[in-house]
Design a protein around this ligand. Structure first.
Ligand SMILES: [Zn+2]
Length: 276
């Protein structure tokens, strides 16, 4: 999908002009059946820095310490537009799902052998963002100590949201985890919205998708919930595992297909990756 982004962008611009009301049209490129549209903003960065096999991964639920104050997250389309009850009256629905995804990722990640854990702030409302107990403070310390900090989010519904994708940390070299998650979910510009609070502190943000439509319906449905959560978690843990060095690290650098002129022909998927 990413390799043909320019083509996709042009195609969908024309498609939107002609098919604005065709609600039953097949999913256009860039729209995932589970997580919906992928962010389509221009983004050039690549995460190249390697990650060690035992790098500590900290997973945070976005907005876990900012309920009832500015920055409390999206209530989701179901609550805001369709008068559904919130999933939990103490919090916006986004936090409810951020927590659920976070826990599924940590559980699956441990099964896959990742050195991964969650953090939960002591209170749902901490007014000072630099209080040492906030997501941002704990994530900042974790990142500064050489770990990988990832904060889970769902994006706003409707025209306010951009879709799924990774917003990478700003104050450290971008690494293989950032790259792998961007390939799996989409790639936001490095300085999205001028640089958000979490990325400035070394925390990468993963937008799972806009909290609306099939994604929200699947999560809210008692029958669909577990499947939705475990599919999302699998996509994340798979991306993290794929970013780790292969073990045993036997392939010499010269045999890898990233050196100029050394790539086998079959590796060049530039022109044939409609659905890569
Ligand atoms: Zn959020």
């Amino acid at each position: 999908m990413l390799r043909s982004l320019t083509l996709v962008g042009l195609t969908s611009a024309f498609t939107m002009l002609g098919l604005a009301t065709a609600a039953d049209a097949p999913l256009p490129p860039g729209v995932d059946p589970l997580t919906g549209p992928e962010v389509s903003l221009e983004a050039q960065w690549q995460g190249r820095a390697g990650v060690g096999p035992r790098i500590p991964i900290l997973v945070l639920a976005g907005h876990a310490d900012s309920q009832g104050i500015e920055g409390s997250g999206t209530a989701g389309a179901a609550v805001d537009l369709h008068r559904s009850e919130p999933m939990d009256g103490r919090m916006r629905d986004e936090l409810y799902w951020n927590l659920a995804v976070r826990d599924a990722v940590v559980a699956q990640g441990r099964q896959r052998g990742l050195n991964i854990r969650a953090y939960t702030p002591a209170s749902l409302t901490i007014h000072d963002e630099d209080d040492p107990r906030t997501n941002w403070s704990v994530g900042r310390r974790h990142s500064a100590a050489g770990g990988y900090a990832l904060e889970i989010h769902f994006d706003a519904y409707g025209p306010d949201g951009f879709g799924s994708g990774l917003i990478p940390a700003l104050n450290r070299p971008l690494n293989r985890f950032d790259e792998s998650l961007a390939i799996a979910f989409g790639r936001y510009p490095k300085r999205f919205r001028g640089g958000l609070g979490a990325p400035r502190r070394g925390i990468s943000i993963l937008e799972i998708g806009k909290l609306e439509g099939a994604l929200e319906t699947g999560l809210r449905s008692p029958e669909g919930r577990q499947a939705s959560l475990s599919t999302i978690a699998r996509r994340i843990t798979e991306a993290l595992v794929l970013a780790l060095p292969q073990s045993p690290p036997e392939a010499p650098l010269s045999s890898r297909p990233d050196g100029a002129g050394s790539a086998p022909r079959g590796m060049d998927r530039q022109t044939s990756s409609e659905d890569a």
